[in-house]
Design a protein around this ligand. Structure first.
Ligand code: UDP
Length: 246
């Protein structure tokens, strides 16, 4: 299944992808939480996607601020509380990105399953359909509004609700390897693979809940490094993809 290459080759417009990036990408070397260069790079790469006639749904994690698992060994703060503040971190990132995109003349709408101020719309399928019709860039914040999940899961749910053809998940490495290339020097870069292969080999492309939902919904997942220039368009053109068939 190669819908996006097909779309791009034939210039059929009004297709949509969901981009999932970790909040960690906004951290600078000196632990600045919102590195301006990273924010602007994201914006430039987003513009390139929009200029190709492809609409965008966006999920940004909270890794530059707080992840629930940062508190795993904390005796005073419960897992559920830690996850709640993790979710709020994604809200902060969403609000910041909205400003950065606006500064670059890209109009967005933020949606969430949580009830939030700051001009954030309540997420439901009807709102999403309307925003898709308007070709808006939709930012999903606050995850599923429930603890025990990561933003991978809202990425799959959001991709399906906003009728995306694929999920683009940025990582720190250029695709998927048979084992962690940061640890194993003999790690082999894999070409297109199936969901079953990724699960059987525990490749940890996404957390398990998200990954099995992506399989069920037959949503292809492109894996690539965010550090490349024009990474999203490059990912659609050449990066490895996980789908039902090779
Ligand atoms: N989170 C949650 N439920 C959700 C989504 C997120 O509890 O549906 C919390 C969880 O603690 C997670 C944090 O929000 O660690 C930030 O999300 P994530 O870890 O996915 O951020 P990333 O690593 O992608 O930056």
């Amino acid at each position: 299944m190669e819908p996006l290459k097909f779309i791009m080759n034939t210039n059929v417009l009004a297709k949509r992808i969901l981009i999932k990036i970790s909040g960690e990408f906004f951290l600078s070397n000196n632990n600045e939480k919102f590195n301006s260069l990273s924010l602007q790079k994201l914006c430039n790469d987003i513009k390139n996607v929009l200029n190709n006639g492809i609409n965008i749904s966006l999920v940004i994690g909270g890794g530059n601020i707080i992840r629930g698992r940062d508190f795993n060994n904390n005796e005073l703060i419960k897992r559920e509380t830690a996850d709640s503040i993790g979710m709020l971190s994604t809200v902060i990132n969403g609000i910041i990105i909205r400003d950065v995109l606006k500064h670059n003349n890209i109009d967005t709408e933020i949606v969430s399953l949580l009830d939030l101020p700051f001009n954030i719309k309540k997420l439901n399928p009807f709102t999403i359909d309307k925003l898709v019709e308007q070709s808006k860039l939709i930012i999903f914040v606050g995850g599923l509004g429930l603890p025990y999940f990561s933003t991978d899961t809202i990425s799959v749910v959001g991709a399906s609700l906003s009728h995306c053809d694929a999920i683009l998940k940025a990582t720190k490495t250029d695709g998927v390897y048979d084992k962690d290339p940061n640890i194993h020097t003999d790690a082999v870069h894999l070409d297109n693979i199936t969901y079953d292969y990724a699960m059987q080999n525990n490749l940890q492309v996404m957390d398990d809940a998200a990954f099995s939902l992506a399989k069920q919904l037959k949503l292809p997942i492109y894996i690539f490094s965010l550090f490349e220039d024009n990474c999203f368009i490059n990912a659609l053109n050449k990066s490895i993809k996980i789908s039902i068939v090779n």
